[in-house]
Ligand binder design. Structure first.
Ligand code: EPZ
Length: 420
């Protein structure tokens, strides 16, 4: 397994281009199953999760072609079950369930496994699809669904931790071809859900209210092919902004949508980071001494759980006591022990991590556990004294396009070591 070797202490300077959003492109790729016509998707990030989803679509019978950041998919003749091994390996593949039910009225997908950040249930996905008329059984680790008819209805999709992003995507993607009107209450409001709705509407769907808690979908008979440009990755942008603040550098983030980052920008400003919009770009630098902050992760437009680990890394450098509370996932503190190996002083009290910051970190070998924890370790390594080796960086490659090359271009001393 590859690892990254990072020599800390160099402030980042220069421009970085943000790639397309992983969490937008995966449900959009799944939604191409809803038509037999060709779909062209642009600004597709080069990520292992995206390539994986491409292989899943091929196993369902689609033709899939990647040319640079443009993906062409045609689900001309497809089957309702794919390569289980493939589907089982990637949690995000659950988002093919809704489109397969919408197009074929049947779907057999492997139950997504849990992961290091939590059990990742799909009860809300199943509740919504059953409400539309699907008969779903879970047997031998597979989700087997059949829906002779899909009928629009009212569905409350809120769970114990609030809305579900991929659950909203699944229900929306089935309801577009249901008979009648579906109203989803307590829908997820993430920009990635709005981007999916934008793509579905360009295919001829009739969706209103996406991005708000109430989404109304008027079913249509069939959908046609479409072209779409994926929104930029707000989590990648937040990660680079925090890296600039941590290394006491100054970077210009190009291609991001600052309006998708309001909660992160607000919290970073409270922490003493200067963020300035220059047209579509965002210029980030430390505005003086960093200040400790309290952060609680919430559904959008609150502070994103996918930026929690990176914010914790910043607070490790910040003199004082910061409290970071994780309200979305039940065990998303895998990075705490690894940051501790770099000398961070963090203790966990239930859903909160108490960070006693201010001491300079010192490099050490650390283990990546999940995608965002890996990013936190990389940016911590950029500021630590000496060398940090981040192992198992396949986690990183799932969700960050060429992060080592982009950081190197900003002056970071970072080398990828290929496992021999
Ligand atoms: C999406 O996961 C993202 N992944 C996650 O990003 C992100 O952290 C998460 O949304 C929250 O924003 C993709 O879009 C591919 P949820 P998703 O359903 O949809 C509970 C990353 O690092 N829940 O919104 O799977 C669940 O346990 C990844 O890029 C139920 O209880 O997350 C969690 O506590 C990590 N029942 C909360 O809801 C359900 O049926 C939010 O989960 C579904 C979810």
């Amino acid at each position: 397994m590859d690892s990254l070797l990072i020599k800390g202490g160099v402030p980042l300077h220069g421009d970085v281009q943000i790639s397309g959003a992983k969490n937008a492109v995966l449900p959009i790729m799944a939604a191409t199953l809803l038509t037999a016509e060709r779909c062209v998707i642009r600004n597709v990030p080069d990520l292992s999760d995206v390539k994986f989803m491409g292989r899943i679509l091929e196993s369902l019978g689609c033709t899939v072609k990647f040319e640079g950041d443009t993906l062409t998919v045609q689900a001309h003749r497809i089957k309702g079950h794919g390569d289980y091994d493939l589907i089982r390996k990637m949690r995000g593949s659950i988002c093919i369930l809704g489109p397969l039910l919408g197009r074929l009225r049947k779907a057999d997908v492997s139950q997504p496994g849990g992961c290091v950040i939590g059990t990742r249930p799909i009860d809300l996905h199943l509740k919504g699809l059953r409400a539309l008329g699907a008969k779903i059984v879970i047997e031998e680790g597979y989700v087997r669904a059949k829906a002779p008819r899909l009928t629009g209805t009212e569905i409350f999709l809120g769970g114990r931790s609030g809305p579900t992003v991929l659950g909203t995507a699944n229900v929306m993607s089935a309801a577009v071809l249901a008979e009648g009107v579906t109203i989803i209450e307590s829908a997820a409001c993430e920009p990635e859900v709005s981007d999916l709705a934008h793509f579905l509407n360009s295919m001829g769907a009739k969706i209103q209210g996406a991005g708000s808690p109430t989404v109304t979908i008027t079913g249509v008979k069939e959908l046609h092919g479409a072209e779409h440009e994926v929104i930029p990755d707000r989590i990648e942008a937040a990660t680079f902004a925090i890296a600039a603040a941590m290394t006491n550098g100054e970077i210009t983030i190009n291609g991001a949508r600052p309006e998708h980052l309001n909660a992160v920008i607000d919290k970073l400003r409270e922490a003493g980071v200067k963020l300035e919009r220059r047209g579509p770009a965002l210029v980030v630098k430390r505005g003086g001494v960093l200040k400790p902050v309290d952060v609680t992760t919430l559904p959008y437009a609150g502070f994103p759980t996918d930026v929690q680990a990176q914010m914790m890394a910043l607070m490790c450098l910040t003199p004082g006591i910061s409290i970071i509370t994780e309200r979305i996932f039940e065990s998303r503190f895998g990075h705490v022990a690894e940051l501790g190996r770099l000398g961070a002083d963090i203790s966990i009290e239930g859903p909160s991590a108490i960070v006693k910051g201010g001491k300079r970190l010192s490099g050490a070998p650390v283990m990546a556990s999940d995608l965002r924890a890996s990013a936190a370790l990389v940016i911590a390594g950029l500021t630590a004294k000496g060398t940090t080796q981040v192992n198992r960086i396949y986690h990183l490659d799932r969700g960050y396009e060429k992060i080592d090359a982009k950081l190197k271009q900003l002056g970071g001393r970072i080398e990828r070591i290929k496992e021999t």
